[in-house]
Design a protein around this ligand. Structure first.
Ligand code: GLP
Length: 239
């Protein structure tokens, strides 16, 4: 794993943006894996700032996850987040921007189809990842099998608590989500993991130096051949 140490959240976003745009400029049909949460917001701002000079018409995107039960008009759905923070500001064709559908009638089929779409697109060229406090990536909670594919998960109480800040109260946070599996994520050709702030320092240290174990899902990244961690000093403080 390569670790790039930056001074601030802004620098992390800027550095990641230039790596992503570089990929977009050099690949014929780039496939981006995208994440939600607070961490990549600055990255999306940066991308929008550059959007006059870079076209996304030839780009496909696949998001990691979506809450079950929230439709795309719900401000807390990840579909809404992505439209609001990125897609509506760039020229990516609607049909190229994919998220799991959390209100699909048949969720199993939805997971299966999502896997197929990723495969047919030729797999993810560059996957953006954030890090959950309990080591989750996407919504793969501790205990998830390393051989998991896109699936429906029960969210940990700690994850629901961490994300309750976006909702009116903890009771409104969905209890289930669809997420790419660990194996799906590991098939990405390149991974950029973004980590900012002291609250994540413990988790980042465990990811880098800890045992590779399903009880800390992000530890699997030690076994990926092309991972770059872009983290600020606070996040790197326990390494
Ligand atoms: C959320 C998302 C993850 C995200 C993580 C960290 O639950 N499902 O994809 O990376 O938790 O979120 P944040 O960046 O807000 O700390």
């Amino acid at each position: 794993m390569e670790i790039i140490s930056v001074n601030s959240y802004e620098e992390m976003s800027e550095k990641t943006c230039s790596m992503v745009l570089n990929k977009i400029k050099h690949l014929q049909n780039p496939v981006l894996g995208l994440a939600t949460g607070s961490t990549p917001e600055g990255l999306y701002h940066r991308i929008i700032d550059e959007a006059d000079d870079v076209s996304f018409r030839h780009v496909s995107t696949f998001n990691l996850d979506e809450y079950v039960g929230l439709n795309k008009e719900d401000p807390n759905s990840y579909q809404y987040y992505m439209n609001d923070k990125l897609f509506k500001h760039i020229d990516i064709p609607d049909e190229n921007a994919h998220l799991p559908n959390g209100v699909a009638v048949d969720l199993e089929k939805e997971c299966h189809d999502y896997e197929r779409f990723i495969r047919e697109a030729g797999h993810v060229d560059i996957q953006i990842l954030g890090l959950g406090l309990n080591g989750h990536i996407g919504f793969n909670e501790p205990g998830t099998s390393f051989s998991s594919r896109t699936h429906v998960v029960d969210l940990d109480e700690s994850t629901r608590n961490a994300n309750a800040r976006f909702f009116g109260s903890i009771d409104e946070v969905p209890t289930k989500a669809i997420t790419m599996g660990i194996e799906t994520i590991m098939e990405s050709k390149e991974i950029l993991l973004l980590v900012s702030g002291e609250a994540k320092a413990e988790a980042l240290a465990r990811l880098v130096n800890g045992e590779v174990t399903e009880s800390f899902p992000a530890s699997i990244l030690q076994q990926h051949e092309h991972v770059t961690i872009i983290a600020d000093e606070a996040a790197l403080s326990k390494l």
